[in-house]
Design a protein around this ligand. Structure first.
Ligand code: GLV
Length: 337
């Protein structure tokens, strides 16, 4: 009798031609429409499969794993994996993987797009124009702040942070400061033309601060009212990492009262819901979590996630050696960038 194929669940529509590769090895339960799976539905799906290919929409913790008796691998499509409780997965011997590297440059590009939109008031200007308020050119319309020659502050200096630093230093002649738990090797600092500073110095000195650090309970609201009060009132803040890094109420307050010039947010604590206080402000650029959303990069992410799942379930040329496993993390909700 032919051996039955392992079964895998793909939680959201990706690219059909890429997902189709899973069918060479597995029986595939592929979701056809974008779906808001409830925790109970995720638990039920995980109870039926050997592997799952999931996105940041699906949280997988103790409860969702309660009935996952045969689950052996979870491949996350995304570099951040704060949706996964790595400790809970590790304790059951379930392999977790993510998709680093393939999205580094695309996400660093987007950080710059957001930073520039905030500094030069691009979306604010577009809204103003569309509202028919441009009746005559005037010298002082929408005065913003410069990028070139300014100080770029980067909080979190992983691969994406380094990509942002290189763009700032080499492309725009910015002075680059960063803060990270650990200081980078001299060679990397030189390549990025970036200097390590303590957190307070970063806040005080940055003309443009970009958040690109992992989200975990320890980094929740790292930008709160105290941190915002240390920033220059002329500064911009860009968040390309996870919404929970910023206390959005404190941010909205600082933006509304001129204690911070502008912000650009691609991520939100309660996404897809966005705090109405932010929606009401003109000096904040808002995008719907699309940092890595170029076609080529999203395809590369899907392909890497498929390769990871195939290998983690012991199939294909890299059987047992998934290209990008999440390793060495055992606390819940820790995402790496
Ligand atoms: C997206 O947010 C990712 O972590 O890849």
């Amino acid at each position: 009798m032919a051996e039955s194929k392992p079964r895998v669940w793909v939680s959201q529509p990706l690219f059909d031609d890429i997902v189709a590769r899973l069918a060479e090895h597995f029986e595939v339960d592929a979701t056809r429409d974008v779906t808001a799976w409830s925790p109970a539905q995720v638990a039920a799906k995980l109870g039926e499969v050997d592997g799952a290919l999931v996105t940041l929409n699906e949280r997988i913790g103790e409860d969702e794993l309660a009935a996952a008796g045969r689950l052996r691998a979870v491949a996350n499509v995304g570099v951040g994996y704060n949706n996964l409780d790595i400790g809970a997965l590790e304790s059951r011997g379930i392999v977790a993987t993510n998709t680093p590297d393939v999205l580094t440059d695309t996400t660093a590009d987007m950080a710059f797009a957001l930073l520039m939109a905030a500094a030069r008031r691009i979306t604010e200007g577009e809204r103003w124009l569309r509202e028919g308020r441009w009746t005559q050119w005037s010298f002082d319309t929408l005065l913003g702040s410069d990028i070139h020659g300014s100080t770029l502050g980067i909080l979190g200096m992983g691969r994406i942070g380094q990509g942002i630093a290189r763009r700032g230093a080499h492309g725009f002649g910015m002075r680059v400061l960063y803060h990270n738990r650990s200081r980078l090797a001299d060679g990397i600092e030189r390549n990025c033309r970036a200097d390590w500073v303590d957190f307070d110095t970063l806040l005080r000195e940055a003309d443009h601060l970009v958040l690109v650090l992992p989200y975990s309970p320890a980094t929740r609201h790292v930008i709160d009212s105290t941190a915002l009060a240390k920033m220059k009132p002329t500064a911009t803040l860009t968040n390309i990492a996870r919404g929970g890094l910023v206390d959005e109420v404190a941010l909205a307050d600082a933006l509304a009262h001129g204690r911070l010039a502008s912000a650009a947010l691609d991520v939100f604590e309660g996404e897809p819901a966005v705090d109405p206080r932010l929606l009401a402000l003109r000096n904040v650029v808002l995008t719907p979590h699309v940092g890595s959303a170029s076609l080529a990069t999203r395809r590369a992410m899907a392909a890497l996630a498929v390769d990871n799942l195939v290998a983690a379930l012991g199939r294909g040329p890299r059987a047992g050696r998934p290209p990008t496993p999440v390793t060495g993390v055992s606390s819940p909700g820790t995402g790496k960038r």
